[in-house]
Design a protein around this ligand. Structure first.
Ligand code: FAS
Ligand code: PHB
Length: 388
């Protein structure tokens, strides 16, 4: 088989990239380790930056998002019973869209199938070769048979645990990491959200996030021990812990119900440099991970895809310098997303063994945010998404 670009990974990065390239006449194949149903069963991000919204529309996969997505013009940060509303529109003129990653992925699969895309599922033992030569080869096993695809370029969109990052020689790769000493226990419930905007709550009992998927489906998270297990948490225990972390006024109106999903996400900051090696380009979680506190994971994958799709389209149109621009440009925005996510995580969480001084530093940061419009504007600019 042959393709201009082989895309390893059929999550949001791989699907969005293949859709944008296909619409520009560039031939791709997407190789996905799991089944489509498994990929769609993942519950992950919930907030889309303006850049991601624009890309989904450009990919012809934004119609349901525009119908069902919830436009949010601000968010609430609370500290005990004190709360600050960050007004995105006042500070940036922009909003964000609340629309789950699961639905984004579903819409992208529908768009890819409508275009007759080459999507290969349940592939195993993917091996990427020849990325330093005059053409690459990607081989894989599917249904017990070994296949091989010759291609010009490979996009590694296979997430943190994928194979593409490890294809870059270890002597070349530089990896930067911070692992946080806690996780997020998240639940999905068919209950009306406790507030019409998101609430990022910090309290002496730990962090909580009140989010949503629609006006009748809520998504809540509480900070939990890094070694915790969802099985340790009854629904009632979760609701009680959440109530103790959000302002009392919201705790009194919180509508609880049975959880329909319960899982724990570890928190880490991670970046791999370079994001390109020869004919291999890394995109999304394959190259970087952020703690979800700043809602930047999926959205930074989207900016990678924007830069890479533009570079490949320019390259195939004859601009042979275009590909050299991808990695430095993507990485510059990745590090700004890493900084914001790290800052939000340090601001809002209770760290085990945190000293009294560190706690006062957090409280002083929140007090400054409460009093200073410019500080609120900086948070708003980062949250709605820095320009591409
Ligand atoms: P993904 O990991 O989504 O997709 C990679 C795909 O590659 C997967 O489908 C995988 O099956 C496939 N793959 C892996 N290895 C392969 C191989 N060898 N061969 C072929 N295919 C292979 N972000 C937020 O903004 N907010 C959140 O609340 C949030 N919560 C998260 C919770 C969890 C548990 C995780 C893991 C991430 C979360 N994220 C969140 C970040 C998440 O949304 C990612 O940023 C987003 O999924 C990135 O998309 P991809 O780069 O496509 O990677
Ligand atoms: C979510 O709705 O899953 C969500 C929203 C905002 C975040 C993280 C997760 O920062």
């Amino acid at each position: 088989m042959r393709a201009q670009v082989v895309i390893v990974g059929g999550g949001p990065s791989g699907l969005l990239l293949s859709q944008l390239l296909h619409r520009a006449g560039i031939d791709t194949v997407v190789l996905e380790r799991k089944t489509k149903e498994y990929v769609l069963g993942r519950i992950r991000a919930g907030v889309l930056e303006r850049g991601m919204v624009a890309q989904l529309r450009a990919a012809g996969a934004g119609a349901r998002m525009d119908r069902e997505g919830l436009v949010h013009s601000g968010t609430v940060l609370s500290y005990g019973d004190d709360e600050i509303r960050i007004d995105f529109e006042q500070h940036t003129g922009e909003t964000v869209l609340v629309y789950g990653q699961t639905e984004v992925t579903r819409d992208l699969y529908a768009a890819r199938e409508a275009m007759g895309a080459r999507l290969e599922f349940e592939v195993e033992d993917v091996v990427i070769e020849g990325i330093e030569g005059d053409g690459a080869t990607v081989s894989y096993t599917q249904g017990g048979n070994r296949h091989s695809i010759r291609c010009d370029y490979v996009a590694g969109c296979d997430g943190y645990h994928g194979v593409s990052r490890k294809t870059i020689p270890g002597a070349v790769r530089q990896e930067f990491e911070r692992i946080y000493p806690f996780g997020w226990l998240g639940i999905l419930a068919d209950t009306p959200p406790v507030h019409d905007e998101l609430i990022y709550a910090s309290s002496d009992n730990g962090f909580a996030l009140c989010s949503m998927r629609s006006k009748s489906r809520s998504r809540y998270y509480i900070q939990c021990d890094i070694a915790d297990d969802p099985a340790n948490w009854s629904d009632d225990a979760f609701w009680d812990a959440l109530r103790r972390r959000i302002p009392a006024a919201y705790g009194e109106t919180l509508q609880t119900g049975p959880s329909i999903e319960k899982s724990i996400a570890p928190l880490r900051s991670f970046v791999c440099e370079p994001m390109r090696w020869g004919r291999l380009f890394l995109c999304g979680d394959a190259a970087h991970i952020v703690p979800p506190t700043g809602a930047k994971g999926l959205n930074t994958a989207a900016s990678d895809v924007h830069y890479l799709s533009e570079a490949l389209i320019s390259h195939y149109a004859g601009d042979h310098d275009a590909l050299d621009i991808y990695a430095p440009k993507a990485l510059a925005r990745v590090w700004k997303a890493e900084r914001f996510s790290w800052w939000m995580t340090n601001l809002m969480h209770r760290f085990p063994g945190q000293s009294g001084f560190d706690r006062r530093m957090q409280q002083a940061e929140v007090a400054f945010l409460q009093e200073n419009e410019h500080a609120q504007a900086v948070l708003a600019q980062n949250y709605v998404g820095l320009p591409y």
